[in-house]
Design a protein around this ligand. Structure first.
Ligand SMILES: Nc1ncnc2c1ncn2[C@@H]1O[C@H](COP(=O)(O)OP(=O)(O)OP(=O)(O)O)[C@@H](O)[C@H]1O
Ligand SMILES: [Mg+2]
Length: 302
């Protein structure tokens, strides 16, 4: 028994060492697998960072910037809306004032113009009647004076009616309304008002025509009231599909904005131009030139 013991122990020793070696080899294999797994996880995280997180962060940043921009735009729009509203309220007040002043002016026109003419007609007529009753012979010249007074009264009355109703623009069309405006300015104010109308009424929409007429009316009135011109010229033409209307005078020229008196006519002209999407330019050009351009406003004729 004792004789085989050393051999037995040596064998046992070999077995233990073999076991130890196997165990070490298994541990080393497991470590390698662990290392490979750790590398794989690291790689996955890197790929996720590069292809998932980075684009997501960029997208979030872009969205935040867009939101910022939208907020700024919203604030700007809101500010513009408030400005528009204030300007509109201001304009509405001015328009009310103007309609009051217009009524006063029309009353004055009727009183100082028409009533005086009618009083003259009445006076001449009564004196003619008295003389006819006395059996006097009436002279043709006296009757012609009466007819002249009647004609002038009619001209004043039609001017007042035009200011009130403006039916001529819708009934007769812009071309003839402007022609008549020029003729009236010549007859009533003693300036030579020429016109150069190169468009027909079917080329200009009705709402545009009415606003253009009003603008021309104010521009001609301003010219004779403030400019002391010898000539006024009124033009209407098509230019590259736009309608262009202008009133030019050879008077003293409109004062610079800081210097001139603050009336309402110019502001209302601008407002009228805006309502039809037109641009209005007022400049000194050997006098004053007001031009209004309605973009794409000229209707093509077939
Ligand atoms: N064609 C012009 N020539 C010279 N000055 C002009 C002419 N048009 C306008 N102006 C000047 O511009 C000012 C402002 O004109 P605007 O039409 O706004 O007011 P107004 O004619 O004085 O009054 P309102 O039109 O309100 O009755 C006038 O007072 C005048 O000094
Ligand atoms: Mg005016």
């Amino acid at each position: 028994m004792l004789a085989v013991e050393p051999a037995f122990l040596s064998r046992m020793n070999d077995m233990v060492y073999q076991f130890q070696r196997d165990a070490d080899a298994r541990v080393a294999r497991v470590r390698r697998v662990e290392l490979a797994l750790a590398g794989l996880i690291l790689l996955t995280l890197l790929l996720e960072g590069r292809f998932v997180f980075k684009p997501a962060v960029a997208r979030i940043r872009r969205t935040l910037t867009d939101l910022d921009d939208a907020w700024v735009r919203l604030r700007c729009n809101e500010a513009a809306r408030v400005r528009d509203l204030t300007e509109r309220q201001h304009l509405e007040r001015e328009i009310l004032e103007i309609s009051e002043r217009e009524r006063e002016r029309i009353g004055q026109d009727i009183h100082d113009g028409l009533c005086q003419q009618l009083a003259g007609i009445r006076f001449v007529t009564e004196s003619l009647v008295t003389r006819a009753e006395r059996g006097d012979l009436l002279e043709a010249g006296e009757l012609r004076t009466l007819a002249d007074l009647g004609r002038r009264a009619m001209s004043v009355a039609s001017g007042v009616a035009r200011g009130l109703t403006l039916t001529s623009v819708s009934d007769e069309g812009l071309a003839s309304a402007l022609t008549e405006l020029a003729a009236e300015a010549t007859a009533q104010h003693g300036v030579l008002c020429a016109h150069d109308i190169r468009m027909t009424d079917d080329q200009i929409p009705g709402d545009v025509a009415l606003q253009l007429y009003r603008i021309a009316h104010e521009a001609v009135n301003n010219a004779v009231k403030h400019g002391a011109p010898r000539n006024v010229s009124l033009a209407l033409r098509a230019d590259a599909g736009d309608v262009v209307m202008s009133v030019a005078d050879d008077g003293i020229g409109i004062p610079e904005p800081g210097v001139r008196r603050n009336g309402m006519g110019l502001r209302i002209m601008r407002h009228r131009a805006r309502t039809i999407g037109a641009t209005l330019e007022i400049e000194r050009a050997g006098g004053t030139r007001v031009s209004c351009r309605v973009p794409g406003g000229a209707v093509e004729r077939p």
